[in-house]
Design a binder for this molecule. Structure first.
Ligand SMILES: [Zn+2]
Length: 436
């Protein structure tokens, strides 16, 4: 351990109490994606107090600030701002939002890293740039929210990182460090799990089915039943499931957002939302087209019209086993912690917008313990505040320092080796096409 690393650890030990208070405050004030105004304000105040200049209002609530020599390599240290709807969680707000995915802990981690890296001696050792980046809306929160933020703020993407990429807020970033509450092995005693499992990507799809209203008892023959078309479409979807290949990890899950107007009226307007997920873009495109055929065919059979609107969701994440730098930083934290690699070969069939970062840049990821209960459930709770809040902050600060010390040799190696599936321009063009 060199003296800067010692200093990073001692700064975070001395500020642990402050970080724990911050954690409690953020945990109690979860907010909906793209509406994280209070959380963003807390982050802004903290970063400014550290003497940093912030860029704010990025994709509504996102913000960033940088430290270091300036210029590349520029390493983004990511924290996610959003909570999610979980009204039965004991910490749920009046609006029903809770941090049952633990994103507030990432914000604590990122701000802890900022406390350590802005120390003048530590900052002077960074031969490149570390950018603290608070991003909105990691959780996919549905088409109704999408319609609202598109109307009010011209937001095109469900995921905050996707929207920030689209708007160019990551144009000067060369790689990212991300973290999250443990996703696999949640019932284990693992403190740090290094690397990230493969995740599905998805496209969001909304089918608007237009029929004709009529009295449901007196004159159903005058109506055209949009709900029947939706049900037939879902039956067709069930019948094509045998064509989904195991290796593509396909998931298609629809729900009926609007099922008609009233019980005594033939349903004339029905809205079906769904997510079409797979672990590669080719499969997502193929299955998406098949699903369209199911609903178009069903609408035709009943005499309805179907309008289908696709919205690019998240890109698939590749599996990334831990780089040596992750093991090395974890070792600096001392022998008392249980540190493991992600299990090789596993596919997380859920999705994250970290996949969109992977589409254009290398990402180092670790997950942390200190919480129990399933993610997104009312049972999510903190069991070890040190492991959930302080350990990840130390890990993130050490990673940034190790990446950027000695001429940023480590960052340059990782960036040089990574073969991104898309250039930024290709990515922007592709996601635009998929939302068409
Ligand atoms: Zn999450």
């Amino acid at each position: 351990m060199d003296k800067i690393e010692e200093k990073i650890l001692s700064i975070l030990d001395s500020r642990a109490g402050e970080l724990q208070e911050l954690a409690q405050d953020l945990y109690a004030h979860a907010e909906q994606g793209y509406h994280e105004y209070r959380t963003a304000q807390v982050v802004s105040d903290c970063l400014k107090k550290l003497g940093l200049e912030t860029q704010e209002g990025l994709a509504i609530t996102g913000l960033r600030a940088s430290v270091g020599r300036g210029g590349g390599p520029n390493v983004a240290l990511i924290g996610e701002l959003d909570g999610l709807a979980c009204p039965t969680h004991p910490m749920a707000t009046d609006k029903g939002y809770a941090h049952s995915c633990g994103h507030y802990a990432q914000i604590v981690c990122m701000l802890g890293a900022a406390m350590a890296l802005t120390d003048p001696e530590v900052a002077a050792s960074l031969e490149g740039t570390a950018t603290f980046f608070a991003v909105p809306a990691e959780e996919f929160q549905g088409s109704d929210l999408q319609e609202e933020v598109r109307r009010t703020h011209d937001v095109h993407c469900a995921g905050g990182k996707c929207e920030l990429l689209r708007r160019g807020a990551f144009d000067d970033i060369d790689m990212a460090v991300t973290t999250h509450s443990l996703m696999v092995a949640r019932d284990s005693d693992v403190d740090l799990m290094l690397g990230n499992s493969a995740c599905n990507g998805f496209v969001g799809k909304t089918v608007y089915i237009h029929g004709r209203a009529a009295h449901a008892a007196h004159a159903p023959h005058q109506g055209v039943n949009a709900l029947n078309a939706a049900c037939l479409g879902m039956s067709a979807l069930g019948m094509i499931r045998e064509t989904f290949r195991e290796k593509d990890c396909v998931r298609v899950h629809p729900y009926i957002r609007k099922g008609g107007e009233a019980v005594n009226v033939v349903p004339s307007e029905v809205v079906v939302d769904m997510m079409v997920r797979a672990n590669n873009q080719e499969a997502i495109e193929t299955i998406s087209a098949k699903v369209d055929n199911c609903f178009k065919g069903a609408a035709l059979a009943i005499g309805c019209e179907a309008d289908i609107v696709n919205a690019q969701g998240y890109m698939p994440c590749p599996e990334r086993l831990p780089e040596q730098i992750l093991w090395d930083c974890a070792e600096l934290l001392g022998g008392g912690l249980k540190v493991q690699s992600i299990p090789a070969g596993a596919c997380n069939t859920a999705s994250t917008d970290v996949g969109d970062l992977f589409a254009v840049m290398p990402v180092l990821n670790f997950t942390f313990g200190g919480s129990v209960g399933e993610l997104h459930s009312k049972d999510y709770t903190i069991s070890d505040p040190n492991v959930a809040h302080i350990v990840p902050a130390k890990m993130m600060a050490l990673l940034a320092y190790r990446l950027l010390k000695n001429g940023a040799a480590e960052a340059k190696t990782i960036i040089g080796r990574y073969q991104a599936p898309y250039t930024l321009e290709e990515y922007k063009a592709y996601t635009e096409k998929m939302s068409g």
